[in-house]
Ligand binder design. Structure first.
Ligand code: SF4
Length: 147
């Protein structure tokens, strides 16, 4: 269940320049994170992006992984690819066979070109798997709790 505090923190309310100011991360770096699939911003009809408080947390976590843990974009993606999304989403064995998030390990599930039935029409931005990095930077402890 989503409580009101969580839904408030998920509301896309900040423009790119405000997100940049709040996270202390340059706007061009935020655009790079988006281009590399590390962050899915909320898209307005005008194609402009908006960011939530959860997105600011995610930006800070990505920044920490790069600047304190020495990971590059590929490293972060590989780390996120290790999250066993099928342990969080209700995927059947046949869903897994048709999903390349299950078979590949170089990109996170939300970047998969072929997704299983359970994920096909989902908004990944709203998914608990995607949101892990917005809430927790210690992915090892998350993975340990799932296997
Ligand atoms: S809905 Fe998207 S983020 Fe969630 S498990 Fe499926 S592909 Fe991954």
């Amino acid at each position: 269940m989503v409580n009101s505090e969580e839904s408030e923190s998920g509301k896309p309310v900040y423009t790119l320049s405000i997100a940049s100011r709040l996270s202390d991360i340059p706007a061009h770096s935020i655009r790079q994170y988006i281009d590399r699939g590390l962050l899915i911003p909320f898209k307005l009809d005008s194609k402009r992006h908006l960011f939530s408080h959860n997105d600011i947390n995610r930006l800070n976590h990505i920044h920490l992984l790069i600047h304190e843990q020495g990971l590059n974009f590929a490293g972060i993606k590989a780390l996120m690819a290790m999250i066993p999304c099928w342990a969080i989403r209700p995927c059947s064995e046949s869903d897994r066979q048709s999903c390349n998030a299950y078979s590949e390990n170089t990109f996170p599930c939300w970047e998969a070109s072929e997704k299983g039935r359970v994920c096909k029409n989902e908004n990944c931005r709203e998914c608990d798997v995607y949101k892990i990095l917005s809430e927790e930077v210690n992915l090892k402890s998350v993975i340990k709790s799932l296997i």
